[in-house]
Ligand binder design. Sequence first.
Ligand SMILES: Cc1cc2nc3c(=O)[nH]c(=O)nc-3n(C[C@H](O)[C@H](O)[C@H](O)COP(=O)(O)OP(=O)(O)OC[C@H]3O[C@@H](n4cnc5c(N)ncnc54)[C@H](O)[C@@H]3O)c2cc1C
Length: 441
Amino acid sequence: MIDPAGTATTSWGRVSRARSRVAEPAHLDDLARAVRAGDAPVLAHGMGRSYGDVCLNGGGHLLRTGRLDRIVAADWSTGVVRAEAGLTIGGLLSVCVPRGWFVPVTPGTKFVTLGGAVANDVHGKNHHGMGTFGCHVRALGLLRSDGETVEVGPEERPHLFAATVGGLGLTGVIAWVEIQLQPVRSSDFKAQTLRLQDLDGFFRAAEDSQDWPYTVAWVDCLAAGRRLGRGLFNRGRHAPDGPLLPHADRARLKVPRDAPSALLGPLTVRLFNAAYSRQPAGGEPARVPYGKFLYPLDGITDWNRLYGGRGFFQHQSVVPTAAAPRALQKLLELTSSEGQGSFLVVLKMFGPRPSPGILSFPREGATFALDLPNRGPDTLRLLHRMAEVVLAAGGRLYPAKDATMTAEQFRAGFPRWREVESYRDPALSSDFWRRVTGDPA
Ligand SMILES: Cc1cc2nc3c(=O)[nH]c(=O)nc-3n(C[C@H](O)[C@H](O)[C@H](O)COP(=O)(O)OP(=O)(O)OC[C@H]3O[C@@H](n4cnc5c(N)ncnc54)[C@H](O)[C@@H]3O)c2cc1C
């Protein structure tokens, strides 16, 4: 089962790479045995949809969970489902949507496992109402390297639960997850797009859209001056009636090989942004299938190859509400003056619902996400300057998206990190954890 030579694994941004001995257990018993591997640190790996090194473990063991994707128990009268941690959100949706249930919190791709969703305590476009994924977890099965399997939840071993949700896979390997699904009457969304003239427009639209369960804004990162913050604001809700159809299984497009990096030069980005912002906006909400509204990028297989062989970084941060207008302005000024941004600049307000995890990234405030093609030292400098703006505003960076934060930046953003360290299973570690804590394990 273990590949002795080690296998190279690359995370989603394709900048972070590591060689590990990889195992892909087919049964929970095999997973439990592999957690006790012994001679080198172990880490679970879901779909590798994290951008940087939280899902990598160079020189250690990587346990891929893709074959552990069975539903263990489901009560379709209450919407409580227990499933193995390697089941993807997409896999769960294809079973629960036809029965009138929906995953309560989902990130911008359905290709993430339940284990990965817990370990990064992921958020979605509905954070302002529903909080994070971990808010809907009722229980978890955790495999520890001492051979024990423990059940944890908000009431059962609550502190270990708080260390595990958003705990970056370090407190044990999650064997199964039990969640409460959300009832829906249709698989369609009613969605509306508003045009944003500037950054103030974003804050106004977010305020006016509190009763829309799902909101997100796209902003032209190259617009400057009075047009800083120009973009589109999308809002949506589950349609009150309609069909209950799961998403189509096949992506519409595929990126067959690495795109030449010139394709993503500033001129292309400028043209793309100008074309995108000419999209029709306003008017009556349109009916769209949930996949189109929630997962626009899933329609293109391997879209991360669009950034070429050198890969790309993502910056995602959150800053408290009071500091948000000034901090977002500074971040946008930095990206527009450097001209390094890409197509994907996403803004959203996180709501007040507390995250259950000690290291959960979301907190009330504004979140800013931006892809940056890897252009070497210039890009690293820009990422560092953006991190400084965020930390000065009392915010933090998202480990799931990060490949560059320093130990100081991590500790400033997550001052309670030692509590998770105290619950870390000594056999588990990751490239990220060694990078930000200085632990040589
Ligand atoms: C297009 C795209 C859009 C995204 N949008 C969002 C978004 O809107 N919101 C958001 O929050 N995130 C978003 N993400 C990030 C993504 O949701 C997270 O990185 C998620 O955790 C990836 O899940 P995964 O199964 O691929 O896990 P991996 O990336 O493989 O692993 C992530 C972490 O989970 C741990 N882990 C995985 N399985 C287990 C297990 N069984 N037991 C213990 N630990 C485990 C790993 O050790 C690692 O620390 C997006 C990513 C992409 C590519």
